[in-house]
Design a protein around this ligand. Structure first.
Ligand code: SF4
Length: 375
């Protein structure tokens, strides 16, 4: 993959302590940040470990056998995760995405799914419960996850060509096993199934059309294939703009063979621009964080696997909620007030600033690693 990986400076310890304000305002589901954005989407990282070493996320040279992953004792328990998620639901969260690292490496994850499936929004709605996985163990887990209450799923697959994919995941993992995982998810009734492909120029961009054709022909409307612009997440992937294939170019390459029509967004804050094949053979998505930033309606918060709240994928520090959950034995009202205090001061819009060459990272600020807070 060629890029010089950059040594890691461990930011996991650079967290501010979450403070309970003196006045406890009850959660009413209407919380907004300084840019008027509500809190609707919570991404929960349940492990910082992964069995892949994708160079744009966890390059093997950095995350090698010496790398110290978090000890089990520092991870939030399923009870702590569920309690915290319930407080976020009271603040207006309607969608929960389980991430990692690779979330299916966390033992008995279906138990957590079952606990989160009991949560309700202030309006009494069930949570929109989903998960992002590399599908390496999905054939074994899909049915149990669906029975526990998982509704839909997102699977990462960066190439159809086995040699390219094995090189990109850097652990020699075959495409066939990921496709088997997708079949198992479809058989288990998880829907919709989304497949995410990170496109990197000179690495897998020639796989755009083969991927589009394959999913169009083999899965049709059962799978939504989404193309993600290669992003400067974390500090170790050696990102450069000339490795980015802008979404408009990806779309043009497909449209030369298959006419597309634009679709409306499913919900406010949706990250993908939706397009469909004009002949009805399925849907595509384009996630364009680099060339068309979508910070304006970003309603996503991220909870790290040890209880740190991050307000942006490119944040350079988090807020530690774990002492409130453990040592300080805070009440739900106090936890809710602490989270409200953090979100209400949020001004994050990294991708917009990157677009204006004004992003903090450009001035040397280091960013949290994606495997630690989930994509
Ligand atoms: S860059 Fe940050 S603020 Fe912007 S869309 Fe992504 S997570 Fe949201």
């Amino acid at each position: 993959m060629g890029d010089a990986t950059i040594p890691l400076i461990d930011l996991r310890h650079a967290a501010l302590k979450a403070v309970v304000p003196s006045v406890l305002t009850p959660a009413n589901g209407l919380l907004t940040d300084r840019l008027g954005r509500p809190l609707r989407d919570l991404r929960i990282s349940v492990t910082d470990r992964c069995n892949f070493r994708c160079s744009y996320c966890m390059p093997k040279e950095v995350f090698d056998s010496q790398y110290k992953f978090l000890p089990q004792s520092s991870l939030l328990s399923f009870e702590e995760i569920t309690r915290t998620a319930a407080v976020f639901a009271a603040h207006g969260v309607q969608k929960i995405r389980l991430t990692g690292g690779e979330p299916l490496l966390r033992k008995h994850l279906e138990v957590l799914v079952g606990m989160l499936a009991q949560l309700r929004t202030p309006q009494g709605q069930a949570m929109d419960l989903t998960l992002t996985t590399n599908a390496s163990v999905l054939t074994r887990k899909a049915k149990a996850l669906q029975e526990a209450g998982l509704q839909r799923i997102t699977i990462s697959l960066d190439a159809l060509d086995d040699a390219i994919f094995r090189r990109m995941n850097d652990v020699d993992f075959p495409v066939a096993d990921v496709l088997a995982g997708i079949e198992a998810a479809a058989k288990a009734g998880l829907a919709p199934i989304k497949v995410n492909m990170v496109v990197k120029r000179g690495v897998n961009d020639h796989e755009i059309l083969p991927m589009a054709r394959f999913f169009r022909e083999h899965f049709g409307t059962a799978v939504v294939l989404r193309f993600i612009e290669y992003m400067d997440v974390g500090n170790t992937n050696g990102w450069a703009m000339d490795h980015v294939v802008p979404s408009h170019e990806v779309r043009r390459r497909i449209e030369e063979h298959h006419p597309l029509v634009a679709l409306e967004a499913n919900a406010e804050g949706e990250t993908a621009q939706r397009w469909a094949y004009a002949d009805g053979r399925g849907e595509l998505g384009f996630i364009s964080s680099v060339t068309q930033a979508f910070c304006g309606d970003c309603n996503r918060a991220r909870l790290s696997t040890e209880g740190r709240l991050y307000l942006c994928l490119f944040a350079n520090q988090g807020y530690d909620l774990r002492p409130l959950l453990r040592e300080e034995q805070a009440s739900d009202e106090q936890l809710a007030a602490a989270i409200a205090g953090i979100w209400s001061q949020r001004t994050d819009r990294y991708s917009e600033l990157r677009g204006q060459n004004a992003a903090p990272a450009l001035a040397g600020a280091r960013k949290v690693e994606m495997h630690y807070i989930g994509g």
